[in-house]
Design a protein around this ligand. Structure first.
Ligand SMILES: [Zn+2]
Ligand SMILES: [Zn+2]
Length: 480
C-alpha cells in the first residue's frame, strides 16, 4: 500500500509549484463569499490542464464546480474552499499589520491554501488511479461561500453528495491534528422592519417606529434565551438603526439574527420561535417586516472510523521541517499576539495528551508545531459552525487540520493572511494534500474499512438529513 501511496505523494511533489502558485493566485484575488469568479475559473482551468473532466455552475451556483477523474466505485469526494474575508488585506510575509490594498479583503481563514491543497490531493489520487488501473472515481468539489452563504448547504439541498462513498477535506490551522467531533448548526435570518416617519416631537402619534420594533424584538429574544437548550446560541447585529436623528421617528430598521444549536432540527425549531417574536414586535409597534433568509448550515456528523484512518495517515506522511528563516519569521509573528486555550483538541480533555504536547512545544513557547497531536477518541463539541456539516449528513466525512500558521495564532486574523502566502503555509498545505491522497487510497484499497465507515455513518445520522435551506431559497452573495 505504501508504494501505491508513494505514486500520489510523488505526483504532488513533482508538481508542487502548480499548487503553491494556484494558492498564491487565489490569495491575491481574495474574493468574498459567492463572488469568487476569478478563483473558480482559475481552478476550472487548472483542473482541465491536469486532466480532470470539469463541470461548472454546480447546483446552479455560478462559483461552484467540480473536477472528476476515473470510473466506477468507490467514489471519493475532496472538498475545496476559496473565499476570503473583508477588511483583512495584508502584505504577505510581513510580521506587522500592513494593508496591501486599503479596505481590501484577505485570506484570513486560509481558504487559498484549503482549495489548492485539496486540488493537489485530488491530483495525487488521479495519478494513483491512472497508474494502478484501480476502479474508482475522485471528484474535487469547488465549494464557494463558506465564510458567508453556506455554499455546501445549498449544494446539499440538491443532494449532490449522496452518490459519494466518502468525502474528505482539511483546514489550515496551527497544529497537525484530526478534526474530531461535532459542531453547532447555524441559521441566519435578516428582519427588515418598516414603519412610518414623523416629527418625533411635533407629530409622534402618527409615527410608527421601526427601531422600536427592533428593540422590542431583541428584548423578546433575551427572554427566549432562558428557555433554550444549553448548547444553543443566539447572536444578533443591528444592521440599520434607522438613521442618526433622534427627533425623527425611524421608518426603517433591520436586525440580523444568527441562531445556533447542536442539532440542525433544534436550530430550525428555535429559529421558528425567533420568527414569532419578530411577529410580536411588529404587532406591538404597528410596523411590518420582511424576513430575508440568509443561509444555514448543519452540525457535523462525526465518523470515528475515518478519523482513526486519517490519524494513521497523518503519522505516516513525512512532516514538514522548517528553515532558520522560517523559524525566525514564525517567532516574529508569534510575538504579535497573546495565545490562549489548549493547543489541540486532545489536550483539552486528556492529561497525558496535555503533558505530551507541553513537552513537544516547550510549554507552548515554540512558534511552529512540527508534530501530529494525539487523536482524541472521545466526545468533542465545538460551538462554531461549518457548512461541511451538510456534506457529513449525505456521505461519511472527515476533516484534518495541518499547521500552516504559528502556534496559537488567532483565527480570521491579519497574521494568517500574512503567513498564508509564505513557504511555511505552502509546506502545511502540501502535507495536507499528501495526507488526504493517502487517506483516499486506503478507502479505494480497503473495502472493509470503507464499509465500516458507511455503517457508522448510517447509525450517526439518526433520522437523516434535514436541510436548513428552505425549498425556494438559492445561494446569494449578501451585501449588508
Ligand atoms: Zn473562517
Ligand atoms: Zn475557514
Amino acid at each position: 500500500m505504501q508504494t501505491k501511496k508513494q505514486i500520489a505523494i510523488s505526483a504532488i511533489d513533482n508538481n508542487k509549484s502548480t499548487f503553491t502558485d494556484l494558492s498564491d493566485r487565489i490569495w491575491e484575488y481574495a474574493e468574498l463569499s459567492l463572488k469568487e469568479f476569478k478563483s473558480a475559473e482559475d481552478y476550472c482551468k487548472t483542473l482541465e490542464s491536469l486532466g480532470f473532466e470539469v463541470e461548472r455552475n454546480v447546483a446552479g451556483i455560478p462559483t461552484a464546480f467540480l473536477g472528476k477523474y476515473g470510473s466506477g466505485g468507490p467514489v471519493i469526494g475532496i472538498l475545496g474552499e476559496y473565499d476570503a474575508l473583508s477588511g483583512l488585506s495584508q502584505v504577505g510575509g510581513a510580521s506587522e499589520r500592513c494593508e496591501l490594498t486599503k479596505g481590501g479583503s484577505g485570506h484570513g481563514c486560509g481558504h487559498n491554501l484549503l482549495g489548492a491543497g485539496a486540488l493537489a490531493a485530488a491530483y495525487g489520487v488521479k495519478e494513483y488511479l491512472k497508474s494502478t488501473a484501480q476502479p474508482g472515481t475522485v471528484i474535487f468539489y469547488g465549494t464557494p461561500g463558506e465564510e458567508g452563504g453556506a455554499g455546501k448547504a445549498f449544494m446539499a439541498k440538491e443532494g449532490i453528495w449522496y452518490g459519494l462513498d466518502a468525502a474528505i477535506t482539511w483546514h489550515p490551522f496551527d497544529v497537525n491534528e484530526v478534526a474530531v467531533g461535532t459542531c453547532n448548526s447555524c441559521i441566519q435570518v435578516l428582519y427588515k422592519y418598516k414603519g412610518v416617519a414623523s416629527h418625533a416631537a411635533g407629530d409622534p402619534e402618527h409615527g410608527r417606529s421601526a427601531l422600536d420594533a427592533v428593540e422590542l424584538m431583541n428584548v423578546g429574544v433575551q427572554y427566549l434565551r432562558e428557555h433554550t437548550k444549553d448548547d444553543a446560541r443566539i447572536h444578533y447585529a443591528i444592521i440599520d438603526g434607522g438613521g442618526a436623528s433622534p427627533n425623527v421617528v425611524q421608518p426603517t430598521a433591520s436586525v440580523l439574527y444568527m441562531v445556533r444549536s447542536k442539532m440542525v432540527k433544534d436550530a430550525l425549531a428555535l429559529q421558528a420561535r425567533v420568527d414569532k417574536i419578530a411577529d410580536g414586535a411588529a404587532l406591538m409597534t404597528e410596523t411590518s417586516y420582511e424576513r430575508v433568509f440568509i443561509d444555514g448550515c448543519s452540525n457535523t456528523v462525526p465518523n470515528a472510523t475515518l478519523e482513526a484512518l486519517a490519524y494513521e495517515n497523518m503519522k505516516a506522511v513525512e512532516l514538514p521541517s522548517y528553515t532558520e528563516e522560517e523559524w525566525a519569521l514564525a517567532e516574529a509573528m508569534k510575538a504579535t499576539y497573546d495565545s490562549h486555550g489548549e493547543l489541540s483538541i486532545a489536550a483539552q480533555y486528556d492529561k497525558t495528551a496535555r503533558a505530551e504536547i507541553n513537552a513537544l512545544t516547550d510549554g507552548g513557547k515554540r512558534a511552529l508545531n512540527d508534530f501530529v497531536a494525539p487523536l482524541h477518541k472521545g466526545y468533542h463539541f465545538s460551538p462554531g459552525s461549518t457548512d461541511v456539516g451538510d456534506v457529513s449528513y449525505q456521505t461519511p466525512t472527515v476533516q484534518v487540520y495541518t499547521a500552516c500558521y504559528t502556534s496559537g495564532a488567532p483565527g480570521h486574523s491579519w497574521q494568517n493572511v500574512s503567513l498564508g502566502k509564505t513557504s511555511i503555509a505552502h509546506k502545511g498545505m502540501l502535507y495536507a494534500a499528501k495526507v488526504l491522497a493517502s487517506l483516499a487510497i486506503d478507502l479505494y484499497e480497503d473495502p472493509d474499512t470503507l464499509a465500516a465507515a458507511k455503517a457508522e455513518f448510517a447509525e450517526n445520522i439518526g433520522d437523516g438529513y434535514v436541510c436548513p435551506i428552505p425549498e425556494n431559497e438559492f445561494a446569494k452573495a449578501i451585501e449588508l
